[in-house]
Design a binder for this molecule. Structure first.
Ligand SMILES: Nc1ncnc2c1ncn2[C@@H]1O[C@H](COP(=O)(O)OP(=O)(O)O)[C@@H](O)[C@H]1O
Ligand SMILES: CC(C)(COP(=O)(O)O)[C@@H](O)C(=O)O
Length: 282
């Protein structure tokens, strides 16, 4: 129980989803599909007599934003019966539909497990991360998806709900204007009813199919903020596949949309991450 462990967990852009309520957080979650991305959260965990958390977030312009304390992470550590100094650094803005809350939980648990030699399997880490995420209403399907890489297609709630993963060579880009408070959306029965009705038929097997289904869902879901409509229109005009980052005020598009997205804000190039959480240092 000495030293520091550092872990990385990838983010996840959800293209479409539908809430599924089970009888516990373990069996509650979502079906849907999304891209596991190469930007995520790096967590460094050092055993300490008292728990403290430093969170480095990103603004939509890419600047660092430091804050102290995190109820979510503090609760996670206390549930494991350990105290540590934790630093999480997000590669993209928190709350903007990039699955940064799931990545923060997965990265923190992976590093905590290593430095305290808790003996948790990758599956046990994902299970606890999923239950934490669902219990806090910060996400439904991000943990299941980000526990591995690629484009993850989920046909059941929970960490065993990933039906297939494919690994396209296509790259993407994204622009964000800020956050959408996830609990307000996934906690609203009215919004969830419209989302469920918008869920697309059939499962995507290619990047293009995934993008088309995501956009079809976004349009029918009633979730598209007015702020991103001009970006989607500009992409449509140029024939570039694009949709809304669920659940954030932003757009993700095929890589050839980078210049168009840059006309609206700070565009970020992203790759499909080939893996789930990894330990970087122990
Ligand atoms: N790196 C982090 N460290 C600690 N808490 C985090 C971190 N990232 C997210 N959270 C928690 O998750 C909440 C945001 O959840 P959500 O809107 O689902 O974000 P995202 O869309 O990035 O997954 C934050 O208000 C905070 O409570
Ligand atoms: C879309 C969302 C419900 C939330 O995603 P985020 O805002 O990134 O936490 C996701 O967890 C999903 O189930 O697909």
């Amino acid at each position: 129980m000495e030293g520091t462990a550092v872990a990385f967990a990838p983010g996840h852009i959800s293209g479409y989803f539908k809430r599924i309520d089970g009888d516990s957080p373990k069996t509650t979650g979502s079906c849907g599909a999304g891209i596991v991305i190469d930007r995520g959260v790096t967590a460094s965990v050092t055993p300490s007599p008292k728990t403290s958390v430093i969170v480095t977030d990103r603004t939509p312009d890419g600047e660092s934003l430091i804050s102290y304390g995190s109820g979510l992470i503090e609760e996670l550590l206390s549930g494991l019966g350990v105290c540590a100094k934790v630093e999480t650094t997000s590669g993209l803005p928190i709350g903007a539909g990039f699955g940064m809350s799931a990545a923060a939980i997965l990265a923190t648990l992976t590093a905590t497990n290593a430095v305290f030699e808790l003996g948790m399997s990758a599956e046990a880490i994902s299970e606890l991360a999923h239950e934490t995420e669902v219990a806090h209403n910060t996400g439904l399907g991000d943990v299941a998806a980000a526990s591995g890489g690629g484009v993850a297609v989920r046909n059941a709630p929970g960490i065993f709900g990933v039906n297939s993963r494919f690994f396209p060579s296509a790259e993407i880009c994204s622009v964000t204007f800020g956050s959408i408070f996830t609990p307000d959306v996934i906690g609203s029965p009215e919004k969830m009813a419209q989302v469920t009705a918008a869920f697309p038929v059939g499962e995507p097997a290619t990047f293009t199919e995934f993008m088309m289904k995501s956009r079809q869902f976004a349009e029918a879901s009633g979730l598209i903020p007015a702020r991103i409509r001009p970006v989607l229109d500009a992409c449509d005009e140029a024939g570039i596949l694009a949709s809304m980052t669920m659940l954030g005020c932003g757009v993700f598009a095929a890589a050839d949309g980078f210049e168009i997205l840059s006309g609206f804000g700070t565009a970020v190039p992203l790759k499909v991450c080939p893996h789930g959480p990894i330990l970087l240092e122990v």
